[in-house]
Design a protein around this ligand. Structure first.
Ligand code: HEC
Ligand code: HEC
Length: 414
């Protein structure tokens, strides 16, 4: 009889032990559902891929605990300071998140992990569990891969590669411009894809649109339309290997690889883009009297500013552009893109206000792709072999099609 009472007591104790504070129970009730949910975790708000809270959860409470502890993601002294909690809670206070489904999910995830880690830290069986010989492994990606797929980084690459092209697309696609208003009437909202809201709104739109082909990025409409491979209301606006092509191609390839989870290790990542920042402008450069040899070839210019203090041209170009020469008209003209090293005074000024060059003396270096090098290899660049001459100009750099800065090719020196 006595032993029966003892048994009952024991059973009651065991059940009580599996109450609110039992790590295994909390895990079952609150963490396992996150693991099993078909929905992406709240991380997707800022990470396009490569990260999901599920990667930090293993089938059992014990394995999950040991893995997180092993990686330093749990703080047993101050559970509320655990690194996993700060990963989950990043941006929770951002007013932009208010009302989003992902913000609600983020709160639930945070509270679940906070409760569970607290329970683990309070349970000697967990706290003092020895490090196993083969610690359980999390399915997380290297930090470089996580970085590559971070939305703020993709946005930065988008601004540099695609957003800076909008003047090359002559505002036909820039929402809220008179050019675009007219085209929207004819073709509908879809032509207004450079959104009024700015780069982030445009990136969000493109990621949700059909303009990027994730399976065959080089077949993305974002590329095939301006190439004229697919009939395009704006005609041919880029050719294979030119600056616009390179920029759009690099961007769609990266997005497709991120979305498809093709980046698993550091070696899979594309080479780091160390070039200068780019700023699109509506200032046009025109080169007149182009020689016949340049006719209908892709022509690239690099523009160098005069450095009065050094009494020499600056070492790095301050602007660039490229386009196919209009052979019959002996003419080349295009908007220029300004260049400045990240972090330089110029880059800071241009990022804040309207990017523009001051009037003055400039050197225009001309490169002509006579042999169709770029059509064969879109990644190739033009160099000394393609150098076709340099022209010194006095430039105003006024904006608009009607106010072009002009260079005379007959004055080009080699
Ligand atoms: C509000 C935006 C935002 C959310 C939501 C977000 N992250 Fe991040 N995450 C970032 C930023 C920004 C960085 C880079 C921080 C840095 O480099 O200082 C980052 C970096 C990381 C890193 C790299 C390592 C580190 O410590 O910096 C990991 C891993 C990570 N996040 C995991 C997650 C997980 C898991 C989630 C979801 C549970 C998540 N993040 C949710 C913005 C976010
Ligand atoms: C002179 C105006 C004009 C210019 C310049 C122009 N486009 Fe277009 N574009 C159009 C018109 C009109 C359409 C709608 C008809 C069509 O689908 O071809 C269009 C459609 C598109 C579409 C398909 C949009 C959709 O959702 O269906 C893409 C992508 C595109 N253009 C990309 C570009 C890019 C990139 C540039 C610059 C490098 C560019 N265009 C320059 C006029 C222009």
């Amino acid at each position: 009889m006595r032993s029966l009472v003892a048994l009952v007591c024991l059973a009651a104790f065991a059940t009580a032990g599996r109450g609110a504070d039992d790590p295994a129970k909390v895990f079952e009730d609150r963490i396992a559902p996150i693991f099993k949910s078909p929905d992406p975790s709240s991380c997707v708000r800022c990470h396009l891929a490569a990260v999901d809270l599920k990667n930090y959860i293993l089938p059992s409470a014990k394995e999950t605990f040991l893995a997180l502890r092993d990686q330093g993601l749990i703080d047993l002294e101050k559970p509320e300071d655990s690194k996993i909690l700060s990963l989950i809670n990043r941006g929770a206070a951002d007013p932009k998140a208010a009302g989003l489904i992902s913000a609600k999910r983020q709160k639930a995830e945070y509270e679940a992990f906070a409760a569970w880690i607290k329970a683990c830290a309070a349970d000697p069986a967990f706290r003092n569990a020895p490090k196993p010989e083969k610690p359980p492994v999390l399915a997380t990606k290297p930090v470089e891969v996580v970085r590559q797929a971070r939305k703020d980084r993709v946005l930065e690459s988008f601004e540099k590669n695609v957003w800076s092209l909008r003047f090359r697309c002559m505002n036909c696609h820039t929402e809220g411009t008179p050019q675009n208003d007219k085209l929207v009437k004819e073709h509908g909202e879809r032509v207004a894809w450079f959104r009024k809201g700015g780069p982030e709104a445009t990136l969000d739109y493109l990621l949700a649109s059909k303009l990027i082909d994730l399976d065959n990025p080089e077949k993305s409409l974002l590329l095939t339309k301006p190439l004229g491979e697919v009939k395009h209301g704006g005609g041919i606006k880029v050719v294979t290997g030119d600056q616009g092509y390179k920029a759009i191609r690099a961007f769609v390839e990266d997005v497709a690889a991120i979305k498809a989870g093709k980046y698993a290790k550091v070696a899979d990542l594309p080479a780091k883009d160390s070039g200068p920042k780019q700023f699109g402008t509506e200032a046009w450069l025109k080169i007149e009297k182009t020689p016949d040899a340049w006719g209908d070839k892709l022509l690239t210019v690099y523009v160098y500013a005069w450095d009065a203090a050094a009494r020499d041209w600056e070492k790095q170009p301050v602007a660039t552009s490229d386009r196919v020469v209009f052979g019959k008209g002996k003419l080349w003209q295009h908007t220029v893109t300004l260049l400045a090293d990240a972090g330089s005074d110029r880059a800071k000024t241009w990022a804040k206000g309207k990017p523009a060059l001051p009037p003055g003396k400039y050197l225009v270096k001309v490169y002509v792709d006579g042999k169709g090098k770029l059509a064969k290899d879109w990644k190739a660049t033009l160099g000394a072999d393609e150098f076709a001459g340099e022209i010194e100009i006095q430039a105003q750099w006024r904006e608009g099609y009607g106010a072009m800065t002009v260079a005379d090719a007959s004055r080009a020196k080699r």
